[in-house]
Design a protein around this ligand. Sequence first.
Ligand SMILES: [Fe+2]
Length: 247
Amino acid sequence: MVTECVLPLIEDPTVMDNLQMAPHSEDYLYHHSVDVGIIAGCLGLWAGRPYREIEELILGAMLHDIGKTLIPLKVLNKPDLLTEEEMNLVRFHSIRGYKFLKQNTELPRSILLCALQHHERDDGSGYPLSVREDKIHPYAKIIAVADVFDAMTSVRSYRRRATPYEAVETLRREMVSKLDTQICTIFIDKLSQRFVGDVVELSNGQQGEVIFLNRFDSTRPMVRTREGDFVDLDKNRNLSICRMLHS
Ligand SMILES: [Fe+2]
C-alpha cells in the first residue's frame, strides 16, 4: 500500500486539496491512518528527505494509531466526553501500539517509535513518557504535525470541522514550543500557497472567494464576497473564515 498507493500520491500538487474535499464521517481510524500516511509522506518529501526514509515514514504514519485497534469500540467511538478512566485507556494506545508492533512484527525501531512517540511534544508536555525534543524520533515529530492537522480538519461527531485556516493557526501556535518548527513552517508554507481561490464562509455568514493573501498571516486573507465587497480579514479582526465551500 505504501509503495503502490500512497507514494505516487504525495507527488501530486493537489493532494492536500483532495484530502480536504473527501470528508469521511465513518471509519475514522482507518481514514485517519491513511490520511496521516499521505500527509506525513508529503512533509517528508517537502522537507527533502530521501525516498528510502519517506517510505519508512509513510509506513510508520499509517501504523501510528495501531494501538487504538486494541481499545473497545464503544470507548473509541463514544460521542460524549470521556471519563478519566476512558481517557487513560485511550492515551495508553501509544504504548499498546508500540508493544504490539514489537511483539508481532519485525519492523525497524524507527517505525515502532512512530507508534510510541507521536503524542510526545518538544517541551515535554506530551505522553506517554513526556520526553523532550532531543529524545523524540524525527519521524514521530513529522507524524505529530500530520496527526494534529488531520484530526482538526476531519469530520467528527463531537465538534465542528476546522478549516485549514484554523489548523494553520494552531500549527503556528504549537510550533513555538511543542511541534517541530521547521516541519510546521514547511507545511504552513505549502498549505498557504493554495489558499487563493478558496470559496469560504465568514463568521458573519457572508460567502466569498479568497483573492489575496496577507503577507504576514496567510490565515487572514482578503476575501471578495458574493455581494462584491472586499473584506480584509487582517483589518477585520472580529471576523474569521469558519467554513470551506466548494465552488
Ligand atoms: Fe494517536
